[in-house]
Write a protein that binds this ligand. Structure first.
Ligand code: AMP
Length: 187
């Protein structure tokens, strides 16, 4: 697939955003920017960001925007992000989406498409429980799904209104979902 593509991945925890973003990032030769991964690395390294974020991540809550927005601003200005990028896990609420719009205008960039991966709840819980991450226990999963419905689902409407949303059925094999995403990006 072509370089120069700028994609946002939306969808609930366990929808396969990380896996699909990784595959597409490799085939397009662009960075996969996952705020969750950046936070997990910061926590593992006990950086200041990591220490501030840890409690929120462990409880399945969103980390405050003040910790995330600057991080995205800096990441999108790095050299490897000038030919395109895939955002996974950001924006996570409407305020972050509005911030991103302003930032992209400032950077003279534009998001090509916001891809929404649709997966039923039963499949999500099954996938999350089999993943074994520290925040993949029953209680945190329940909270993350709640937080998704309350704070992140409105981001879907935001991109719908902006005319850049495409929804893809994510309840299929990895390869089938990748093919459907590639088609959605190309069309
Ligand atoms: P993820 O790997 O995207 O599932 O993110 C794991 C956890 O990191 C989430 O449950 C949040 O606690 C935190 N997180 C990741 N991205 C964001 C974001 N954009 N805003 C706030 N918190 C985030």
């Amino acid at each position: 697939m072509a370089q120069g593509v700028r994609l946002i991945f939306l969808g609930p925890p366990g929808a396969g955003k990380g896996t699909q973003a990784q595959v597409l990032a490799e085939s397009c030769g662009i960075p996969h920017i996952s705020t969750g991964e950046i936070l997990r690395a910061a926590i593992a390294n006990q950086t200041e960001l990591g220490q501030q974020a840890q409690g929120f991540v462990d409880r399945g809550e969103l980390v405050p925007d003040s910790l995330i927005l600057n991080l995205i601003r800096e990441r999108l200005q790095e050299q490897d992000a000038q030919q395109g990028w895939i955002l996974d896990g950001f924006p996570r609420n409407v305020n972050q989406a509005e911030f991103l719009n302003t930032l992209l205008t400032e950077l003279k960039q534009q998001c090509d498409v916001a891809l929404n991966l649709e997966v039923p709840d039963a499949t999500l819980v099954e996938r999350l429980l089999s993943r074994g991450r520290k925040d993949d226990n029953q209680e945190t999963i329940r909270r993350r799904l709640e937080v998704y419905r309350e704070q992140t689902a409105p981001v879907i409407d935001f991109y719908q209104k902006q005319g850049s949303l495409k929804s893809v059925d994510g309840d299929r094999s990895l390869e089938e979902v990748t093919a459907a995403l590639e088609q959605a990006i190309a069309s």
